[in-house]
Design a protein around this ligand. Structure first.
Ligand code: CTP
Ligand code: MG
Length: 227
């Protein structure tokens, strides 16, 4: 089943402490963002890619996309201060009624098989996200004191991509903007308007490159895939 994808790449990468956008860091000689975009470039079900970038990096991103012979990027869009604003700008570049995926530029290891299950679920139920069961015990802590231990069997770490029917996602973003509601991910906006979100079990390789040690994990994942 066909879908469009908005890849958000307009962050600063502050926690990576690389002195520049982490998506431009090389992974096996190619920038992280190219690895991520290429997953969708190669997936025959992906119709079009919208790439959301920083104002200062848009020309560089255009150049990288051209250099690496990526053909599906139909629009380069400038992001906003918060990830949610970047997503909103991205979805405005897409028209129609189909399924749209929102994906972090910082997650280069997403598997096409997971994408296809996710798209199917979203087409049936309107909204779906990839996630994995949490491995750690999670406690609620305030002022240095443990308050409560959460029931781990109910806890999932949510990743991207997240998939939605485009009109539903647009409506949720418009409503959130109206009252300045800020969610931590797109699925939370859908939950906030009272619509169900399906979870699709992904895998632990689909990490988000966030802090410097994630680059060590990324190298290990690349090595494992080469085998
Ligand atoms: N992102 C975005 N626009 C923003 C913030 C984030 O497009 N205003 C994107 C990032 O480029 C990244 C994804 O959203 O691909 C997930 O965000 P995160 O991992 O937090 O990346 P950064 O915001 O860049 O990193 P940090 O929070 O450490 O500064
Ligand atoms: Mg961030």
């Amino acid at each position: 089943m066909d879908y469009s994808v908005v890849i958000v790449a307009a962050g600063q990468g502050k926690r990576m402490k690389a002195g520049k956008n982490k998506l431009l860091l090389p992974l096996r000689q190619e920038p992280v963002i190219i690895h991520t975009v290429r997953v969708f470039e190669r997936d025959p079900s992906c119709r079009q890619i919208v790439l959301v970038t920083n104002q200062e990096e848009i020309e560089l991103m255009k150049e990288l996309i051209k250099q690496h012979q990526i053909t599906k990027v139909i629009a380069f869009v400038i992001g906003g201060n918060e990830r949610q604003h970047s997503v909103k700008n991205g979805i405005e570049a897409i028209s129609g009624e189909g399924i749209v995926l929102i994906h972090d530029g910082a997650r280069p290891f997403i598997h096409p098989k997971t994408i296809h299950i996710l798209v199917k679920k979203a087409s049936e139920q309107g909204a779906a996200t990839v996630g994995v069961p949490v491995k750690d015990t999670i406690k609620r802590v305030t002022a240095g004191q443990v308050k409560h231990t959460l029931n781990r069997s109910e806890l999932w770490a949510v990743q991207t991509p997240q998939a939605f029917s485009l009109p539903l996602l647009k409506m949720a973003h418009d409503k959130a903007e109206d009252v300045q509601f800020l969610g931590t991910d797109d699925a939370s906006l859908i939950e906030w308007i009272g619509h169900d979100v399906v979870i699709v079990e992904g895998d632990y390789h689909n990490i988000k490159l966030t802090t410097p040690e994630d680059l060590v994990f990324a190298e290990a994942i690349m090595q494992e895939r080469e085998k």
